[in-house]
Ligand binder design. Structure first.
Ligand SMILES: [Zn+2]
Length: 243
């Protein structure tokens, strides 16, 4: 498939499913988990900050880590890649579905609505007792841990940790959307993180077109109908823009 054909397929598609990863957030200056581990945090293994065991052992420390990342994302802004995907949703309406592995909430801030956040969200917390999800207070007034607005119990970061399952309903919705998609876009994710590979293959198996946007070759590249070798903003513009 050529770029022209990929653009034509996307323009004609009634159903479009999109999966995004860290590459989309990178252009907003959001570091990956590992790149965020600077200074004090550099000496920890990721699983010592982001696992149920770590939280049981030292909830205060885990909350400090997440409160810091929460403060950082509130200072970041959605970039052109986020805005182009929000525009694509307005074009496709109910035929559009976006699944993200990112936890920074920038897709929602750019206006995406038909959205599932597979790995959770840094700006919300979840009640350990009743499961209520609620937004965190403003960063400058926030002292962790937050308490549940419904039952008053302690809340935990609303993030899928190492060793935890993805939210089942979100994953089911994503699987259905990728099965039915005429075109799937895999943007800024290497395919090493579950479930990226599985979702792309659902579309492929059902006979749809699968397009990757990534500056580097990935493990998914062999399964792609077409690969745009660029960062998310420029790659999406090449697929959707006038030029
Ligand atoms: Zn509660």
């Amino acid at each position: 498939m050529t770029l022209e054909q990929a653009r034509a397929a996307l323009a004609a598609a009634r159903r479009v499913a999109v999966l995004t990863g860290a590459g989309v957030s990178a252009e907003s200056g959001i570091p990956t988990f590992r790149n965020a581990q600077t200074g004090h945090w550099a000496r920890f293994r990721p699983e010592d900050l982001a696992s149920p065991e770590a939280y049981r052992r030292d909830p205060k420390m885990v909350w400090e880590w997440y409160a810091g990342r929460y403060r950082n994302v509130t200072h970041a802004q959605p970039n052109e890649g986020h805005h182009l995907l929000a525009w694509l949703e307005r074009d496709k309406g109910d035929g559009f579905f976006l699944a993200t592995q990112n936890v920074d909430g920038l897709h929602a801030r750019a206006g995406s609505e038909r959205l599932v956040e597979l790995h959770g969200n840094l700006s919300t917390a979840r009640c350990e007792a009743c499961g209520t999800v609620a937004p965190l207070p403003e960063p400058n007034t926030f002292t962790p841990p937050p308490t549940c607005p419904v039952c008053g119990a302690r809340m935990r970061p609303n993030i899928v940790w190492f060793g935890e399952f993805l939210p089942e309903l979100a994953l089911e919705a994503a699987t259905r959307a990728f099965e039915k998609a005429d075109v799937a876009l895999i943007v800024g994710t290497s395919g090493q993180v579950y479930p990226a590979a599985g979702l792309a293959l659902e579309t492929r198996r059902a006979g749809g077109v699968v397009i990757e946007v990534n500056p580097d070759e990935t493990e998914l590249t062999p399964y792609m109908s077409y690969s745009v070798r660029d960062v998310a903003s420029r790659g999406l513009a090449a697929l959707m823009g006038e030029g």
